[in-house]
Design a protein around this ligand. Sequence first.
Ligand SMILES: *[C@@H]1O[C@H](CO)[C@@H](O)[C@H](O)[C@H]1NC(C)=O
Ligand SMILES: *[C@@H]1O[C@H](CO)[C@@H](O)[C@H](O)[C@H]1NC(C)=O
Ligand SMILES: *[C@@H]1O[C@H](CO)[C@@H](O)[C@H](O)[C@H]1NC(C)=O
Ligand SMILES: *[C@@H]1O[C@H](CO)[C@@H](O)[C@H](O)[C@H]1NC(C)=O
Ligand SMILES: *[C@@H]1O[C@H](CO)[C@@H](O)[C@H](O)[C@H]1NC(C)=O
Ligand SMILES: *[C@@H]1O[C@H](CO)[C@@H](O)[C@H](O)[C@H]1NC(C)=O
Ligand SMILES: *[C@@H]1O[C@H](CO)[C@@H](O)[C@H](O)[C@H]1NC(C)=O
Ligand SMILES: *[C@@H]1O[C@H](CO)[C@@H](O)[C@H](O)[C@H]1NC(C)=O
Length: 494
Amino acid sequence: MASSLFSLHFFLLLFLYQPLFSMANLHKSNNMILRSNHRSHLINTIPFNENSSTVYFEVTKPIKLPNTKPCSYHVLHHDFGFTYGRPPVVVNYTPPACYSQKFTKIVLEWKATCKGTQFDRIFGVWLSGVELLRGCTAEPTPKGIIWSVEKDITRYNSLLLKNQTQTLAVYLGNIVDQTYTGVYHVNLTFHFYPVECNVMINNDENKTSLNNLASNYYSKADLILPISQDRPLNDGLWFEVRNSNETKSKQFQIPENVYRAVLEVYISFHENDEFWYGNFQNDYIAANNLSDTPGNGPFREVVIYLDGEVVGAVWPFTVIYTGGINPSFWTPITGISSFNLPSYDTEMTPFLGNMLDGKPHTLGFSVTNALNVWFIDANLHLWLDTRKAKTEGGLVKFSNKAANVYEESDFKGLNGTFLTNSKRLISSTGWIKSSYGNITTHSIQEFRLHITRRRFLHFCQQCHVRIQREQVQAWWFGFLHQLSAKYPESTIGY
Ligand SMILES: *[C@@H]1O[C@H](CO)[C@@H](O)[C@H](O)[C@H]1NC(C)=O
Ligand SMILES: *[C@@H]1O[C@H](CO)[C@@H](O)[C@H](O)[C@H]1NC(C)=O
Ligand SMILES: *[C@@H]1O[C@H](CO)[C@@H](O)[C@H](O)[C@H]1NC(C)=O
Ligand SMILES: *[C@@H]1O[C@H](CO)[C@@H](O)[C@H](O)[C@H]1NC(C)=O
Ligand SMILES: *[C@@H]1O[C@H](CO)[C@@H](O)[C@H](O)[C@H]1NC(C)=O
Ligand SMILES: *[C@@H]1O[C@H](CO)[C@@H](O)[C@H](O)[C@H]1NC(C)=O
Ligand SMILES: *[C@@H]1O[C@H](CO)[C@@H](O)[C@H](O)[C@H]1NC(C)=O
Ligand SMILES: *[C@@H]1O[C@H](CO)[C@@H](O)[C@H](O)[C@H]1NC(C)=O
């Protein structure tokens, strides 16, 4: 009993009194000394097999693979040492020789080893500027670790099979010196699984049938445009959003025969916002002189702009990186989505009418209440009408009930109660006339958040520690990109 109480206190102290923190992606190296003690202490407590590398893994839903032998393409082999402030590693990518076949599944396999002392690092994989994977590395041990990520990248089919040489870029910012000795040895392989013989191939040419409409709507995009930073650069291809006033944007131009568009956004959060959901309100920080504590409260959202107007939002998932809170929590099972960060889709079809003029447009991103730093970029997935050189469309209705962040705090010293409420509703309706007919799409994004946090601190005389009791009640939900299509039957075909 005593020991479990102690460990509970220890947990609370670590979890809550010591600010939530980890080493994930120290963007600049200056905080390094401050954080290293914490880590070296923990590393010694991690059990490992003294003779062989420990396998670290994330619990995820397995990828459903067809019963065929994959054609595998070893895309990259690289050792990531001291890479901060350097360009991403680039290699030429040409579709493999087996590419004349049709594939039902394409799987990216990231396999890496590391030995020594090293922080958790954030990395990205891009093909022609389109992001395929955002991940966090596992934290190594002196005897070595190994981990792998398998990701279904079938939705990037049109890009992966493009009959031309493209550039594949990988950025993994890392520091290697006398203290931080872990070099990441990485292999990147793409596995192409051919269609099973008895499975009917979805004939992309046959778009006249009503039955095919839905399946084509949800099939893979015909073209994917990168909304990321252009190389050459000495960093990842993501944009960096450092505060709430910053909007990062990119120009793009779409073909004139697009009939559906989906924006896929990749997001990761670092340094002062790595645990944004645990940040305190600024009045509390100021009153208690907690100048090292990150603030701006616990609410963040990524806002998406098309030509300067809000068209969508993302309320990101709270991924804890492998150095987060206490690294020994994540050995060998890592936190949800930490090896393979989620991306978020926003339906852009209702807005297509504004983009089909053959002119450049801009997509931008900001983060409400952001502190340094958020890494954001996106892929614009486009479906093309193979039977028409031009589609046309129009936005019928649009409403954006802006985020209304309500914050309330009631505190005395470090004790207090903190409330945060917010919601946003974005709804859009637009029509698009293609060879499928004149189709109206309706998209809704609805988010709500409510957090109540109570915090009490007092000094325990017997145990000589400061004990913190903290209670957090939080819920939030989001309805994302509900798409409904209405099409008058008579207009199907042309
Ligand atoms: C590690 O290797 C040594 C010598 O080869 C052996 O005696 C020991 O049992 C091994 N330990 C483990 C955990 O396999
Ligand atoms: C990566 O591939 C190389 C060459 O095929 C191999 O020697 C090495 O062991 C592999 N490393 C990992 C981590 O799989
Ligand atoms: C790919 O392109 C090359 C040259 O542009 C051409 O010779 C070849 O037939 C193409 N392959 C396929 C499968 O389309
Ligand atoms: C297209 O679909 C229709 C109806 O499902 C079918 O009758 C026709 O054979 C298909 N055409 C091709 C080229 O697959
Ligand atoms: C954002 O802009 C407002 C208004 O110009 C300014 O008061 C505030 O200090 C800015 N915040 C940051 C973090 O730059
Ligand atoms: C915060 O700092 C100010 C000025 O140094 C001081 O007057 C005040 O008492 C401090 N408050 C706390 C809670 O330590
Ligand atoms: C498509 O349908 C919408 C809504 O019914 C209508 O407003 C629009 O004019 C139609 N477009 C064309 C080109 O027929
Ligand atoms: C904070 O709450 C604890 C526990 O209720 C209490 O012991 C302590 O005196 C309180 N501190 C302040 C500054 O009110």
